[in-house]
Design a binder for this molecule. Structure first.
Ligand code: UT7
Length: 329
């Protein structure tokens, strides 16, 4: 028996997603802050975003996305060995939102935890689940990226409030002897914390009596932009090189959806036409960890992405954190 016949891969068996009901257009935001549909569209590619309403918590959106992914995979929640949720906006400080999702699914007993890697949360969560499956420690995993970032936006800051939206995506991974995730690469640079962060926390001093006084996303957008393009260029090169693949081998790029101009820069680096790039930022805005699995599910369900195709997923976010996953779907 050859070496490769012993290999275990984590293969995506099903995908799902969920968006909040309420849609907020650029025009609606322009009535609140000094901005315009034209500025938002030309600088970011965003036309609208979904904003979570009452009851649409991170765990609830993740749960609904998970139900769809489980159904698509033909998997019962009782089969899950592992639940990992990438999020930077958990329902509560603890327990983790993954534990809340586990309970909602009725999937008692398996391990469940959150991963906070800001917008790279789904790539980090996918990487962890891939390692568990490759090592034989888990056979079936639920991996989600879910956020309600709009809950912590300063709606008077035009520099950030026009960028973000809420949503969740999920995949069910199953151990497979043929193919699946080929490689993942994760990186972080904690020295750039102040360029994209939320200064409110528990151990630095949480003052609930101040009524969300400090709960807001702070970003130096143009600096983040430059770092994102550079890091994503490097991480897509790294993914191809470590698999000995040419750029032309890729069927689809499924990028983090922060800004259409960043997506176009990565596509250019890969010499990929935009018809081979999944774009949802126009309708979803930046949903942080939700963005990659949301885009993936949309492309799978619309029939763009087909079984056997080679996909490159990538993300960049606060931390800084960034990473990629190369997989055969
Ligand atoms: O997902 C995590 C990673 N996040 C990202 O990757 C986001 C990366 N950054 C970006 O996407 C872009 O930097 C932004 C979309 C945030 C900003 O675009 P930009 O082309 O970098 O603009 P800028 O920050 O350099 O600002 C240009 C001008 C400024 O005015 P002055 O100083 O030139 O007079 C801003 O005050 O645009 C102004 N501006 C706005 N004007 C209208 C900033 N926000 C707005 C707005 N409407 N919403």
């Amino acid at each position: 028996m050859s070496q490769s016949e012993h290999r275990i891969y984590a293969r995506i068996a099903g995908t799902g997603s969920c968006l909040p009901e309420r849609v907020v257009s650029n025009e609606e935001l322009a009535q609140r802050v000094d901005t315009s549909d034209e500025w938002i569209r030309t600088r970011t590619g965003i036309r609208q975003r979904h904003v979570a309403g009452e009851g649409e918590t991170t765990s609830e959106l993740a749960y609904r996305a998970a139900l769809r992914a489980l159904e698509a995979a033909g998997t019962d929640p009782s089969e899950l060995d592992l639940i990992v949720l990438g999020t930077t906006t958990p329902d509560l400080i603890f327990p983790s939102s993954a534990c809340i999702v586990q309970h909602k699914l009725g999937a008692q007993g398996c391990m469940a935890f959150d991963v906070n890697a800001a917008c790279s949360g789904f790539i980090y969560a996918l990487t962890i689940a891939d390692k568990f499956i490759r090592s034989g420690a888990a056979k079936t995993a639920l991996v989600m990226g879910a956020e309600t970032l709009t809950r912590m936006l300063d709606w008077n800051d035009r520099g950030t409030c026009v960028l973000f939206g809420d949503g969740a995506g999920a995949v069910v991974l199953k151990a497979d002897t043929e193919t699946g995730i080929l490689s993942t690469h994760m990186h972080a640079d904690g020295s750039k914390k102040d360029l994209l962060w939320n200064p409110v926390g528990v151990s630095v001093g949480f003052k609930p009596e101040e009524e969300n006084a400090g709960v807001r996303v702070l970003m130096t957008g143009n600096e983040v932009f430059k770092h994102a393009v550079k890091a994503l260029d490097a991480v897509v090169d790294e993914a191809l090189e470590s698999n000995g693949l040419e750029r032309s081998a890729l069927d689809w790029l499924v990028p983090h959806q922060a800004n259409l101009r960043i997506i176009e820069a990565t596509a250019k680096r890969l010499a990929m036409p935009m018809e081979r790039v999944i774009v949802t930022v126009d309708r979803h805005g930046n949903t942080s960890s939700g963005s990659v699995p949301l885009a993936l599910d949309e492309a799978v369900r619309s029939g763009c992405i087909e079984r056997g195709q080679l996909l490159l997923l990538e993300a960049f976010g606060g931390g800084f954190t960034w990473g990629s996953a190369l997989l055969r779907y």
